[in-house]
Design a binder for this molecule. Structure first.
Ligand SMILES: Nc1ncnc2c1ncn2[C@@H]1O[C@H](COP(=O)(O)OP(=O)(O)OP(=O)(O)O)[C@@H](O)[C@H]1O
Ligand SMILES: [Mg+2]
Length: 241
């Protein structure tokens, strides 16, 4: 199977800090892949490189056929993205923001799609409210909507569930799982290991910019290990090394 994401010794250095250190890995189409790691381990930096927001210092990546260095614009057109802590523009209403996304992404039935999302995520009463006046969770609903409204074959989301209540978390987890069942791919970063354990088909653990482990929750279950235990022991061992 051709991987939908393939990195080759991808590296990002900020001055003296090596945020991502020569990481090679691939993600197959149809997977729900989780990028895990402590604060500052390089998750957001990796997602920014895989979405053409920043350029690798060295190494390379090809994402749905686009080279992230030579074709970041084509790449951003094709994927769905929610950057870390990104919120919609404060000066637009929810529907105005989606109209803008619809224009940029040339979505023919934008209003019909938007209605589906307002209903699905239960925030239709906020469609004419300025984004600056939305709660954090509602802003996240809007960000989720803009990431999926053009039905991308690949979505990259930095912490998809962090602002959601348990009911909305359940709904969004079920959506993500059903979305990949339709043959799409989702790449998330998360600190919530229980979520990765429940919904991810594969995961990577980063620490201090390096790749510590690539695996699947199923492999851990077969060994009688929880992802939480595994993560903590791996990161502690690496910190002591
Ligand atoms: N623009 C930047 N300039 C300088 N250093 C940066 C910049 N962005 C990130 N870093 C550094 O790169 C390293 C990785 O940061 P990154 O944000 O990728 O981590 P993360 O795994 O997403 O962390 P968190 O879990 O806290 O979101 C950190 O040491 C961070 O301080
Ligand atoms: Mg981050």
């Amino acid at each position: 199977m051709t991987p939908i994401i393939q990195t080759t010794t991808i590296t990002k250095q900020y001055g003296d800090v090596i945020a991502v250190n020569a990481i090679t890995f691939s993600v197959d189409q149809g997977s729900l892949f989780g990028l895990l790691g402590p604060n500052g381990s390089g998750k957001t930096t990796m997602i920014k490189m895989l979405t053409g927001q920043i350029r690798p210092t060295s190494g390379s990546a090809v994402v749905i056929g686009h080279d992230v260095i030579t074709d970041p614009i084509g790449l951003r057109r094709d994927v769905g993205i929610i950057p870390e802590q990104e919120t919609p523009p404060s000066f637009l209403t929810a529907i105005e923001y989606l109209d803008l996304v619809g224009d940029l992404r040339q979505i023919p039935d934008l209003r019909g799609q938007a209605d589906w999302w307002f209903d699905f995520l239960d925030f239709g009463d906020k469609r004419n409210v300025l984004c600056k006046d939305l709660s954090r969770g509602t802003r996240q609903k809007l960000m989720l909507t803009q990431a999926f409204i053009h039905r991308p074959s690949l979505a990259l989301i930095d912490e998809p569930l962090i602002n959601f209540d348990p009911i909305m978390q359940r709904k969004v987890k079920d959506f993500l799982v059903s979305y990949v069942r339709q043959g799409n791919t989702i790449f998330i970063s998360t600190h919530i290991l229980a979520i990765a354990e429940e919904i991810c088909s594969g995961f990577a653990i980063l620490h201090k910019g390096s790749l510590l482990h690539l695996g699947t929750p199923r492999e851990l279950t077969e060994q009688g290990l929880s992802l939480d235990e595994f993560f903590l022991s791996l990161v502690r061992r690496d910190s002591d090394a």
